[in-house]
Design a binder for this molecule. Structure first.
Ligand code: TXA
Ligand code: MG
Length: 337
């Protein structure tokens, strides 16, 4: 099929793609998503086919405001509305009990469903016009880094989706924070644009799922099924080096080969001349690192590199999300200096 390029002025045409059971690339503040009518089993099935996504990995539903929660969720705790007040629209997905009308294809048979209200006006408008929740995983082929521009999504999805709405580069750059509100205390399943510290301020105690910080052994089940898959990975193997940035830069320079690529902070780009260098922002600018990390990982697949070295950001604030994506890309191959 030919994939139509739409702009934010084409919300009505985009909504018709959703209403007619098609696949639509949607912009959000986090990453581009691969959207379809979340109440239509066949359309949801087409998402899995286009991505090559394992069927046991559930999708999240996107809604235009928290007034839609009770259509699809039951036993909604008061904290869900408190979090929605504080963080929606924004990069927070809440896991809640689902109502029976949410198809099993969306939830992979779980009795819960992830709900998110994206901070992107055109996408909320499209959902409201279509009148149905939009199921949308990140718009990458399964296993590849998530797309933060329409062009990156088309690298994976051109010809496989009906249309894409190009609203420019994503402002956050890593996927939403996922918090499970069906357990006590609430549990962070995936770090993202809303930080753990912000959640703790709002909720008090927050448990952190083990899959956030380490590799799951074969057979172990993280609470967010998607966290178990090899993910975000360029073809060449990635090694993450943790420690003081001066020391990690020196360590990498001493060990890299002719065909090594490097992910580094802007201040260190000059150390690695002659190599493919992806500078992800100043060492102190976590927001910039979050916006750049997926694009940096994608760049290595367009080049001829044997291996990739990365200076590790710190893991506080937004850095927890950045280091989680980088560590997953490295298969948790991490050297601590
Ligand atoms: O920022 C985002 O969340 C983006 C944009 C497009 O909204 N979407 C996104 O979707 O990242 P996806 O499918 O790539 O990641 C959703 C994650 C997966 O790891 C999945 O396993 C988990 O959410 N998930 C979905 N439903 C769940 C549930 N009921 N319980 C636990 N985890 C769930
Ligand atoms: Mg994804």
């Amino acid at each position: 099929m030919e994939t139509k390029r739409l702009t934010p002025a084409d919300a009505a045409a985009a909504a018709r793609v959703i209403s007619s059971g098609g696949l639509l690339g949607i912009p959000t503040e986090t990453v581009y998503g691969l959207g379809a009518n979340g109440l239509d089993e066949a359309a949801v099935g087409a998402i899995f086919a286009a991505k090559g996504r394992p069927q046991d990995n559930p999708l999240i539903l996107h809604v235009p405001d928290d007034g839609w929660l009770e259509r699809y969720c039951g036993d909604i705790p008061a904290v869900a509305y408190a979090l929605a007040d504080q963080f929606w629209p924004g990069p927070l997905t809440m896991i809640l009990r689902r109502k029976p009308l949410v198809p099993d294809a969306v939830t992979a048979g779980l009795d819960t469903v992830g709900m998110r209200c994206p901070d992107c006006a055109v996408t909320r408008e499209i959902i409201a016009l279509a009148g149905v929740p939009v199921a949308a995983p990140s718009g990458n082929a399964s296993g590849r880094p998530s797309p933060t521009t329409a062009a990156a999504m088309l690298e994976d999805m051109d010809g496989k989706i009906d249309a894409i709405v190009d609203a420019g580069p994503c402002q956050v750059g890593v996927e939403s924070t996922i918090v499970d509100l069906t357990v006590t205390p609430p549990r962070l399943l995936r770090p993202g644009g809303v930080t753990l510290e912000e959640l703790e301020d709002a909720l008090g105690e927050v448990a952190v799922d083990e899959a956030v910080r380490r590799l799951m052994a074969p057979g172990e089940q993280p609470k967010a099924p998607g966290m178990k898959y090899r993910h975000y990975a360029p073809q060449a193997p990635v090694t993450v080096v943790k420690g003081d940035p001066d020391e990690t830069a020196g360590y990498i320079v001493a060990r890299m080969g002719d065909k090594s690529g490097v992910i580094c902070f802007d201040e260190y780009a000059g150390y690695f001349r002659g190599h493919l260098v992806e500078a992800i922002g100043p060492a102190a600018d976590q927001a910039q690192q979050a916006r750049r990390i997926f694009d940096a990982l994608r760049a290595f697949d367009r080049a001829d590199v044997n291996d990739i070295w990365a200076q590790s950001p710190t893991d506080t604030g937004l850095g927890l999300a950045v280091t989680n994506r980088l560590n997953k890309a490295a298969g948790f191959h991490i050297i601590e200096l």
